[in-house]
Design a protein around this ligand. Structure first.
Ligand code: PLP
Length: 424
């Protein structure tokens, strides 16, 4: 039934009945809270480097973090447009404005590059874990790292993050870009000395080719978006930071004050890592929803059938073509899908048209400009308030809704104008 609807490109909501109470799910999970803490500690070690290499991070003491902002005007727009009352506050987590690469990939992608650089520098005796990591900006370490290379397959933003970070540290870096990748992203990378290889085909093909090439070179580290636990843990640190931001804003999260979080989903690592972290922090009081374009519904397909990465959108006759290039993925990560089984509350799909309309509405109401992918979560609060499937997650005055805005601040003005006009 659901599969037929997905194949017809209908918008659907799927509630995950396989979710388990946190007290059962957390101890059974292969990744632990201590893994998140270890990732946070690594980010902290690199803080002194970021202050030097990316001076815009000075204000946050070398920590890459994004604002959490209330969006009351957008809330009013949504309520009117959809004739639905949204109970509780509506907030935007603006990963769109993360330093370095302007998308959620500045969490996972950047983190895995840091982990790789640290491992090499430790092995080569250039640093200890107690060193001041600003030495990563010195020529000495950069010239050592230039003997190594990094490779990645991407629809755009992952390549942008990994390319920028790797080049900055001195690595040679190759980004294998799928046909979905925007021209400006490829150009920007080339000006930073990144080798960009373009493919006519989709994301899976770009990843496969990248992996193949990297396997031939023992000095090349391939960043595997579909299977990497390092990448995943880099994302998960967002939850620790969000907890602090909520406290600072006096927003309670407990049994009487539930939190709904809506996360755009491509291959699954970004939303999965964040959701995993949030479940560790808030347990049964947080409800995580993944949002996908109707044509790139790989996570809902994999989770609802239990087949995870063994099924792709092509198997149901649809091509993962979408204006939301950050989400243009036909096959979800099997690792993430399985790990999310006891944690995710639900998954939904929406059309490109809806994402673009929401893009224009957010620009008009709050003067915030995002890329289409980043609007996938914005439909979530409407669905939890009004759909039958997600009904148990709505209608509570004490609820807080957080829409995870995953990218957009680096989109060139002329490109942004096109998105905006298509939404109008
Ligand atoms: C990559 C990306 C996502 C989703 O992350 P996945 O790890 O692929 O699921 C969401 N939004 C934007 C803008 C992205 O670039």
């Amino acid at each position: 039934m659901l599969k037929e609807k997905l194949a017809r490109l209908e918008e659907v909501c799927w509630r995950n009945d396989g979710i388990k109470p946190a007290e059962i799910a957390i101890p059974q999970c292969e990744l632990k809270f201590s893994d998140i803490e270890a990732a946070a500690a690594r980010w902290q070690r690199f803080a002194s480097y970021f202050k030097v290499a990316f001076p815009e991070t000075e204000a946050t003491d070398g920590i890459l973090e994004s604002p959490l902002r209330e969006i009351p005007e957008m809330k009013a727009y949504l309520e009117k447009e959809y004739a639905t009352e949204i109970n509780g506050g509506l907030w935007l987590k603006m990963d769109s404005h993360l330093p370095v690469s302007g998308s959620i990939k500045a969490r996972g992608g950047v983190y895995e590059v840091l982990a790789t650089a640290e491992e090499i520098a430790l092995r080569e005796g250039l640093i200890t874990l107690d060193s001041d990591y600003s030495v990563f900006a010195d020529e000495k370490i950069k010239s050592v790292l230039s003997r190594y290379s990094i490779a990645v397959g991407s629809t755009g933003n992952l390549g942008l993050s990994i390319g920028i970070m790797s080049a900055k540290l001195g690595f040679r870096v190759t980004v294998h870009m799928s046909s979905d990748a925007r021209e400006w992203k490829k150009n920007m990378l080339r000006t930073k000395g990144v080798k960009v290889v373009e493919y006519e085909s989709d994301y899976s093909e770009a990843v496969r080719k990248g992996r193949e090439e990297a396997e031939k070179d023992p000095y090349c580290h391939f960043i595997d978006d579909e299977n990497s636990k390092t990448l995943f843990l880099g994302y998960s640190v967002a939850a620790l930071r969000l907890k602090k931001q909520l406290e600072e804003k006096g927003i309670k999260v407990d049994a009487d004050h539930p939190l709904n979080v809506y996360l755009p989903c491509g291959v699954g690592g970004g939303p999965g890592g964040v959701a995993f972290g949030l479940k560790q922090m808030f347990g049964d009081n947080v409800h995580c929803f993944f949002a996908e374009p109707v044509s790139a519904c790989c996570m809902i397909l994999g989770m609802s059938t239990g087949l995870h990465s063994k099924i792709s959108t092509e198997d149901i006759g649809i091509t993962a073509r979408t204006a939301a290039d950050g989400l243009a993925v036909g096959r979800a990560s099997g690792f993430v899908g399985r790990l999310m089984e006891p944690f995710m509350s639900g998954c939904y799909t929406l059309t490109d048209e809806r994402m673009c309309r929401l893009l224009a509405a957010l620009a008009d109401s709050e003067d915030i400009f995002l890329e289409p992918s980043a609007l996938a979560g914005m439909y979530g609060p409407i669905l939890t308030e009004s759909s039958e499937e997600f009904g148990i997650f709505g209608k509570n005055k004490n609820r807080t809704h957080i829409v995870w805005a995953t990218g957009g601040s680096m989109v060139p003005a002329d490109e942004m104008k096109k998105y905006y006009l298509s939404g109008k």
